[in-house]
Design a protein around this ligand. Structure first.
Ligand SMILES: Cc1ncc(COP(=O)(O)O)c(C=O)c1O
Length: 356
């Protein structure tokens, strides 16, 4: 991003360009003006933890199984630091979010990658997953919808994953930061409905356009939560009090309508982007079922890094698929966090880069 030329179009973004819904902004403004905002309990406001707990069947309403964090990134860090010891193996998706292997290494663990094969549109491959498990596997990370592919895990995938892990004692970290951004009839399923030893990572960054508010959470297994809470208390004390209080408005009818509107906007952009990638570039792009990314197959034009460099020269920013793992090689991650006109111009520039 730093090397982008002035006037570049950014299709590499990992955050929504849409405004945070009014219902949240107005509530935050009121809270700042009218209320005193000191620390909350380390684990977060009890009323917010209650709301979060009510969203996950497997928590059985137990608020003590929830910690509110400074974004889901902190939740991910706390969970991996809590669960992973030196020498442990952690199964990670390939392609997957770049933070996973980095944090695993920081914890002294060894990342082992299970393939979501590009040749099969980055779908879950149960056989490959089973092959990667070993007696040293301590944790598995799964994500649905996925960054970078936008693909989701079906009930069948989740059942297969749960069956492979049954009796191993392995913990699953389920990254559900994109779960409210879906383009299917129903919200994607969660592994927590199929496998008991699950820690769910969630938050409002993506679904409510609240990336800078730093509001996320982790929830699940009580013993893991207890240890993670000690770390959280010393690292951040508590998530921002203003953000926590404003986040309560996210469980209102008005917020639900805002979420629907955000989904509708992204769905339209997704359809438009896929159609112009096909008509203007003649390239294969993965149809995302959630999140706001597609993977575009540019393998005919060289390796993903050099193609991304050529795009940069034409003033359009994309992310080389190789950044997300070996399965991402040959693809660019293109996000649709931009309106129609910007997507049109971005794809026009991509075409220039490919022709040049
Ligand atoms: C897959 C995934 N998980 C977690 C995060 C962290 O998001 P936040 O800390 O804003 O909740 C991101 C952000 O890009 C992401 O893409």
């Amino acid at each position: 991003f730093d090397r982008a030329l002035p006037g570049s179009i950014n299709l590499g973004l990992g955050e929504p360009d849409l405004p945070t819904p009014d219902v949240i902004r107005k509530e935050a403004a009121r809270i700042v003006v009218e209320e005193q905002n000191g620390y909350t309990q380390h684990a977060g406001l009890p009323s917010l933890r209650e709301r979060i707990a009510s969203d996950y069947r497997f928590l059985e309403g137990k608020t003590e199984r929830v910690i509110v964090t400074a974004g889901s990134q902190e939740a991910l860090y706390l969970t991996l630091m809590t669960l992973v010891d030196v020498g442990d193996e952690v199964l990670l998706p390939d392609p997957g979010f770049v933070a996973y292997p980095t944090i695993v290494r920081m914890a002294g663990g060894t990342p082992i990658f299970y393939s979501l094969p590009a040749g099969n549109d980055f779908e879950f491959d149960a056989e490959d997953f089973r092959r990667r498990l070993s007696p040293r596997t301590k944790v598995v990370v799964c994500i649905s919808p996925s960054n970078p592919t936008g693909r989701t895990l079906s009930n069948e995938d989740l059942r297969a994953m749960a069956a492979a892990l049954e009796g191993t004692g392995v913990h699953v970290i389920s990254d559900e930061i994109y779960i409210e951004l879906y383009y299917t009839h129903e919200k994607p399923s969660t592994i927590s409905d199929f496998y008991e030893r699950t820690i769910v990572i969630g938050g409002l960054s993506k679904s409510m356009s609240m990336t800078g508010w730093r509001l996320g959470w982790l929830c699940g297994d009580e013993s893991v939560i207890k240890s993670a809470l000690v770390l959280h208390g010393y690292v951040t004390t508590c998530a921002s009090t203003v953000s926590q209080k404003a986040a309560l408005a996210s469980w209102s009818d008005e917020a639900e309508r805002a979420r629907e509107e955000i989904r509708r906007t992204f769905r339209e952009r997704r359809d438009h982007l896929l159609s112009i990638i096909e008509s203007e570039l003649g390239l294969r792009a993965i149809s995302p079922r959630g999140a706001f990314y597609t993977m575009v197959d540019v393998s005919a034009y060289g390796d993903s890094m050099s193609v991304a460099e050529r795009m940069l020269e034409q003033r359009v920013i994309t992310v080389p698929g190789s950044a997300f793992g070996t399965e991402g090689e040959g693809f660019l991650r293109v996000s649709f966090c931009a309106d129609r006109e910007v997507l049109d111009e971005g794809v026009r520039r991509m075409n220039e880069a490919l022709k040049g």
